[in-house]
Ligand binder design. Structure first.
Ligand code: FES
Length: 129
């Protein structure tokens, strides 16, 4: 709680009386209002076929805002709240289908969720800035 101290000066002969009031000030708790979404946007309605290199570090975009799909470009920092890329290192060279809809239950890999109606009817984010 904040406190305001204010007062007045009163003259009594040669003495000065100082009256002080201590007033509690009720302030609203500091709440950070955030309007950033906590759910991913559908980046694509199908998976991305990629060739993964053994030992290389990858960051799979989980928010759907990256312009470097299916990988992260840092967009999650300004376009979402709480969504982070999934970092992984393949144990061998391989081809893989990485999720583009961002709703897979087996990230970063496609599990077929993109075939569901809520993905197929979703609007794709076209106004990427
Ligand atoms: S693209 Fe997301 S589950 Fe297939």
């Amino acid at each position: 709680m904040n406190v305001i101290i204010s007062g007045t000066l009163r003259k009594f002969g040669s003495a000065t009386l100082v009256q002080l009031w201590i007033l509690p000030v009720i302030t609203a708790p500091k709440v950070q209002l955030c309007t950033l979404p906590t759910e991913p946007v559908v980046a694509a309605k199908k998976p991305f076929k990629v060739e993964l290199v053994e030992g290389k570090r990858y960051s799979w975009c989980s928010c759907g805002h990256s312009l470097k799909q299916p990988f992260c470009d840092g967009s999650h920092k300004t376009k979402t709240k709480g969504l982070m890329p999934l970092r992984f290192v393949p144990e061998k060279d391989s081809k893989a289908w990485l999720c583009g809809c961002k709703y897979t239950a087996n990230p970063p890999y496609c599990d077929g969720t993109h075939k569901q109606e809520f993905i197929q009817s979703a609007l794709l984010l076209e106004n990427k800035d």
